[in-house]
Design a protein around this ligand. Structure first.
Ligand code: ATP
Ligand code: MG
Length: 414
C-alpha cells in the first residue's frame, strides 16, 4: 500500500537555502537601518494568552474573529499563536515595568506570525514580520520617524515605487462623535452594504471603509470622513507629522478612507502598497496606538509602530541579493587519502577560509565537475603532494604543504 506523502501544512512553506540567504541579508539590512534610528532588538514568545489578543487587537476585528490559531494547553489554558506583534510588545512593556526606563522605549522585532487565512501568493498562515514599536511619547516626530524608517527598510530591501498612504483617526474621544455620525449614515444605506459590514455597524463601523464589497464601496465613497472631523489637537498633530515628512521629502497620499484592521489605532495610520504584489498589495503598515498599553492594564502610555511582511518585501524586491560566498574545494586523486584532505580542509577552515571536501565517492573528474558546479574559487588536489588550480585564472602549481596551501587560499579569498 502506498504511504501518503507528507507535505508542509497548508499556508506554510519551507525556506530553501537560496531564500534563507535572502532573508538573512534582509534581516541584516533592516537591523542596520533600525539600529541607526535607535531601535533595539526585542523578542516575545510565539504564543500568548488568548486574552491578550482579544483585548489588545479587538474582539470585532477580522484577526480575532476569524484568523487566530487558538488552542488549549494541557492545563486547560487558552493560548493563541501570535497573529501580530504590537499587543505582545505592549504586554512585555507593562510586565517589565519599562515605563520606568528613559522614554521613549524603542524596540524592533523579526519573527514568525500566524493567521488562519485563505492561502495564496503573498498570503500565508505562517509568515514573518519585521516591525518596530516606540512607546512612551506622543511626539509627532516619532510618527514621522517611524514612517521614514519603514521607507528606508523598503529602500534597503530594493522595494521601489511603493505608495505611502497616510491618515489620522483622531483620539478615541474625538472619534466617538464622528462614529455616531457614520453609524447613522450606514443605517441610512443599510440595503447596499455587505452582510459582514451590516453586522458590524454598531461594533466597528470604520471597517466599512476597508470592505471589498462593491455596493459597500459605493456607499463609502460618499460617507462622512473622520479626517474632516478631527479635534483641533488631533488635526495639529497630523499636520505636524505631514510637515516632518514633507521636510524629509518623502512622498505620500493622504487617504481619508485608510482604516487598518486593528482596533487599537489612534491618530496617525499609514500603509505602504506595492503594485508588484497583485491583490495582496500591502507591504507594511502601522500607526499610533495611544490607548493600548492602558487597555492591557499598564499606565497610560502612548505608542507608535509598524509591521511589514518579510515574504511580501522579498516578492516586491527588485534587488539581486548576493549569492552564497564561493568556497575552496579539496579534491582527492588516487594517490591521496581522506585523512590528508580532511586535515587540509580543517586547516583552511581554522584560517577562516570557506572550504569543502570530497565526501561522495566521486572520481577525480567528477570532483572537478562538482567544484565548478559549486562555483569554487579553486581546487587543491591532494595526492602524492598537493596541487593548486585556480578556477578563476586557470593557474596551476604544486604546493609545498598544508601551510603554503592555507597561505594561497587566504590570499585568494581576501
Ligand atoms: P492584508 O490587508 O494583506 O490582510 P493586514 O492589514 O492584515 O494585511 P497587517 O496586520 O498590517 O496586515 O500586517 C503587516 C504586514 O504583514 C502586511 O502589510 C503584510 O505585508 C504582512 N502580512 C499580513 N498578513 C499576512 C499573511 N497572511 N501572509 C503574509 N504576509 C502577511
Ligand atoms: Mg489581513
Amino acid at each position: 500500500m502506498a504511504v501518503a506523502k507528507l507535505k508542509a501544512p497548508r499556508g506554510t512553506f519551507d525556506v530553501l537555502s537560496e531564500d534563507a540567504l535572502k532573508r538573512r541579508e534582509l534581516h541584516r539590512r533592516a537591523w542596520a537601518v533600525l539600529g541607526r534610528g535607535g531601535y533595539r532588538p526585542f523578542e516575545t514568545p510565539v504564543f500568548e494568552d488568548t486574552e491578550l489578543f482579544k483585548r489588545g487587537v479587538g474582539d470585532s476585528t477580522d484577526i480575532v474573529r476569524k484568523e487566530m490559531f487558538t488552542f488549549e494547553d494541557r492545563g486547560g489554558r487558552s493560548l493563541t499563536l501570535r497573529p501580530e506583534g504590537t499587543a505582545p510588545v505592549c504586554r512585555a512593556y507593562v510586565e517589565h515595568g519599562m515605563h520606568k526606563l528613559p522614554q521613549p522605549v524603542k524596540l524592533w522585532y523579526w519573527g514568525p506570525f500566524f493567521r488562519h487565512e485563505r492561502a495564496q501568493a503573498g498570503r500565508y498562515r505562517q509568515f514573518s514580520q519585521v516591525g518596530i514599536e516606540a512607546l512612551g511619547s506622543d511626539d509627532p516626530s516619532l510618527d514621522a520617524e517611524s514612517v521614514l524608517l519603514l521607507a528606508e527598510v523598503l529602500e534597503a530591501a530594493g522595494v521601489r515605487g511603493a505608495t505611502l498612504k497616510l491618515s489620522s483617526l483622531g483620539t478615541r474621544e474625538s472619534r466617538e462623535s464622528y462614529l455616531g455620525k457614520l453609524r447613522r449614515y450606514l443605517h441610512e444605506h443599510e440595503g447596499d452594504l455587505s452582510e459582514d459590514v451590516r453586522a458590524r455597524v454598531e461594533e466597528n463601523p470604520l471597517r466599512a471603509f476597508d470592505a471589498d464589497h462593491v455596493g459597500t464601496r459605493a456607499v463609502m465613497a460618499a460617507a462622512p470622513r473622520l479626517l474632516d472631523s478631527l479635534s483641533p489637537e488631533d488635526a495639529e498633530h497630523f499636520a505636524e507629522v505631514c510637515a516632518l515628512l514633507d521636510d524629509a521629502c518623502l512622498g505620500y497620499v493622504v487617504d481619508p478612507t485608510l482604516v487598518r484592521g486593528l482596533d487599537y489605532y489612534t491618530r496617525t495610520v499609514f500603509e505602504f502598497e506595492s503594485d508588484k504584489l497583485g491583490a495582496q498589495s500591502g507591504v507594511g503598515g502601522g500607526g499610533r496606538y495611544d490607548g493600548l498599553v492602558a487597555e492591557l492594564g499598564g499606565p497610560p502610555t502612548p505608542g507608535v509602530g509598524w509591521a511589514a511582511g518579510v515574504e511580501r518585501i522579498l516578492l516586491a524586491s527588485e534587488t539581486k541579493f548576493p549569492a552564497a560566498p564561493r568556497p575552496i574545494y579539496v579534491a582527492i586523486d588516487e594517490m591521496g587519502t581522506r585523512r590528508q584532505a580532511f586535515g587540509l580542509v580543517t586547516a583552511l577552515r581554522e584560517a577562516g577560509v570557506r572550504s569543502e571536501l570530497e565526501q561522495a565517492g566521486r572520481s577525480l573528474k567528477g570532483q572537478l565537475r562538482h567544484a565548478a558546479r559549486i562555483a569554487a574559487r579553486g581546487v587543491f588536489i591532494v595526492g602524492d603532494g598537493i596541487e593548486w588550480t585556480s578556477l578563476d585564472t586557470g593557474e596551476q602549481r604544486p604546493v609545498g604543504g598544508v601551510q603554503e596551501a592555507v597561505r594561497i587560499a587566504v590570499g585568494v579569498v581576501t
